[in-house]
Design a binder for this molecule. Sequence first.
Ligand code: PBG
Length: 296
Amino acid sequence: FVLPLFIRSGRGVKKNILSMPGHFQMSVVNAVKEVREAKRLGIGSVLLFGVPDSKDELGSEAFNPQGVIQVAVSEIKQRVPETVVITDLCFCEYTSHGHCGAVRKGGSEPNIDNDATLDLIAKTALVQAQAGADIIAPSGMVDGMVRTIRQSLDANGFTDRLILSYAAKYASSFYAPFREAAEGAPQFGDRRTYQMDSANGAEALREVSVDINEGADMVMVKPALSYLDIIYRVKRRFNIPVAAYNVSGEYAMVRAAGAQGWLDADKAALEILLSIKRAGADLIITYHAKDVAKQL
Ligand code: PBG
């Protein structure tokens, strides 16, 4: 299991995420406590998202060496060093427009400037690695992102850091609670110009193949539950570790029904995670991690 955490700047912050009961935006010291608690339950890996205080057109806080994620990574690696720290690398939480990279002006549809975004990705990967991230996980569906990160890391001596690419990431309604959690909702348009069409299975295999050729060490399918066939196909086709992201909306559905007494949320969560495992996932990124680990 990989446990996602939302990190905010400040002190003593532990703010409920209403649509994701049991999850919080936390400042660094509280996040370290959460990492310790996860470790006690047998979860040795976390995926970090930053919620910065200020946003701008380019998402500059993402590549600020003193930015919230960089500070959190170095604290976690110092205080609980055996934790495997994965950093999400995307700009939607950091940009004023809420899109996953630099956006060209004009038009009602977001028009991502792919190559300008690659420069920002190279810088961000480097500061994350310098802070101590073990695995960099680019999630913006920017063409060439894996190769760019590999080059940036290798050129600076970080040949030992891994890349977990969000290779097959679908444009999904199941990300809605995450947008509350990370405060990264698009301010105009949606993400369909750069995330994948749910109807298209073959494209996932092409995306995965491209990312492996660019140097990905692991690939991700996201979301998980409505895409079990994709997990299965990726695992069968490619000899590489496959991660599945059981996303915020998939978590919220189960917890909401559980809160109503309509089903047993812990049992349903275990059953869902088993299906993801059966489909072929080697790693499961899930907000249920702590609750399910307690049952195992
Ligand atoms: C950022 C990102 C998103 C998620 C992970 N990274 C949101 C999005 O693409 O809109 C969603 C995770 C979740 O829903 O749990 N690109």
